[in-house]
Design a binder for this molecule. Structure first.
Ligand code: ADP
Ligand code: MG
Length: 216
């Protein structure tokens, strides 16, 4: 049997939920890519982090507990260098800690995981972004899933069609690898529920942008 990854077990030990930057590190441990990102707790730090990422950046509040950041006016996209100071000052009224990310393009996908009392760990995939509750094209698979099943879930949810529409050349294999990694991670760490929303899929790969994860 495959052993859980020790650094992941260490990272989540004793926690009910992860902060955004912890969740990003957990993704990286499981080989799931993230946009370039950094945390700032002052204007100077925000400018330094944003400069090192490159413009435009996305800036968002970094609360200790998962919240709907957009509803709190806590996500600002398309931030250019001369706006970093004002945006940091605005967001830091909500949370002092602010996350800064590389701004990505591509298809926004929802990847979820949950522990069902009957079926055990389940992995979900569907359309992502802030309309996830509206679109409802979610497909489910029982963990662990492997390549064939991951592929079937993408066809069933129509994500496969969305990725390949108009010959966009989006990297479906990266999304398949992400689904397999998530299905393994939720079992390894006995995750109660989690979602990556969105996972951006583009021609360069699949990137976890916003991760919420809950343990018992
Ligand atoms: P929340 O879901 O808590 O409102 P998100 O971090 O998911 O916050 O951001 C909301 C939306 O903002 C995303 O669905 C996406 O459309 C956009 N967004 C957030 N981060 C990025 C990013 N790094 N690159 C491009 N768009 C982003
Ligand atoms: Mg989100």
């Amino acid at each position: 049997t495959i052993q859980p990854i020790e650094s992941a077990v260490e990272l989540v030990k004793g926690k009910k939920t992860l902060k955004d930057y912890e969740a990003m590190k957990l993704m990286e441990i499981y080989g799931i890519r993230t946009p370039k990102w950094g945390i700032a707790e002052s204007v100077e730090e925000a400018q330094r982090v944003a400069d090192s990422i490159g413009y435009p950046v996305v800036m968002k509040i970094s609360p200790d507990e998962p919240v709907h950041k957009t509803e709190m006016k806590g996500v600002i996209v398309n931030v250019e260098k001369d706006q970093v100071k004002d945006v940091y000052n605005q967001l830091s009224k909500i949370t002092k800690r602010v996350m800064i990310q590389e701004q990505l393009n591509g298809l926004e996908v929802y990847v979820g995981g949950l522990r069902d009392p009957v079926f055990g760990h389940v992995v979900l995939v569907g359309s992502g972004g802030i309309y996830v509750e509206v679109l409802k094209n979610v497909a489910y698979g029982l963990s662990p899933i492997y390549e064939d099943e991951a592929q079937e879930l993408l066809i069933e949810s129509k994500i496969h069609d969305m990725l390949t529409a108009r010959k966009r050349g989006y990297d479906e294999n990266s999304l398949i690898r992400t689904l397999i990694s998530v299905s393994r991670m939720i079992v390894d760490l006995n995750v109660k529920e989690m979602d990556i929303n969105p996972l951006f899929v583009n021609e360069k790969g699949a990137f976890a942008v916003d991760v919420r994860i809950v343990f018992d």
